[in-house]
Design a protein. Structure first.
Length: 154
């Protein structure tokens, strides 16, 4: 009919990855539907959801063979590898990481979120004054052990 609209075609995971390759990203397929995408000194690990849309699992600076994610230390931003190696983040690296993530999301056809397009964001926060915050072990202050007339937490 005259008023019929075409249904939009949603690209598959592999079509989105191929589009990222055409946009200038280096593609390295890994086991279990994971893909490592890199450009310059930055890389990201993509995973496929059940609907076929890629999710940026980790993104950051390449240090050796690892991807160092951005971590907020409260007073400074750091890049930290899964092994725990930390290096301070420079302003130029933060700008490059932001550009990398924005270009990758555009090449993959993902939604651009307002708060992420304002600047570089980090999902991890490791403040030096907050102990054991990111260990996912909730403290139970009501459980204390009395040792030598001083209460000690387990």
């Amino acid at each position: 009919m005259f008023f019929r609209r075409e249904t939009p075609k949603t690209p598959s995971f592999n079509e989105r990855i191929d589009a990222a390759g055409r946009a200038g990203f280096a593609i390295e397929r890994q086991a279990s539907s994971r893909v490592r995408v890199s450009r310059g000194r930055f890389a990201a690990i993509l995973t496929e959801t059940h609907s076929g849309v890629p999710i940026i699992e980790t993104a950051g600076l390449v240090l050796g063979n690892d991807i160092a994610e951005l971590v907020s230390g409260g007073y400074q931003m750091f890049f930290m590898t899964p092994a725990g190696k930390r290096t301070p983040a420079l302003a130029t690296q933060l700008h490059e990481l932001h550009d990398f993530k924005e270009d990758l999301a555009e090449a993959l056809g993902l939604e651009s979120l307002y708060n992420e397009s304002l600047g570089t964001t980090s999902a991890k926060h490791l403040y030096d004054r907050v102990e054991e915050r990111d260990d996912n072990k909730p403290k139970e202050p009501w459980r204390a052990v009395k040792a030598d007339s001083v209460f000690v937490r387990k």
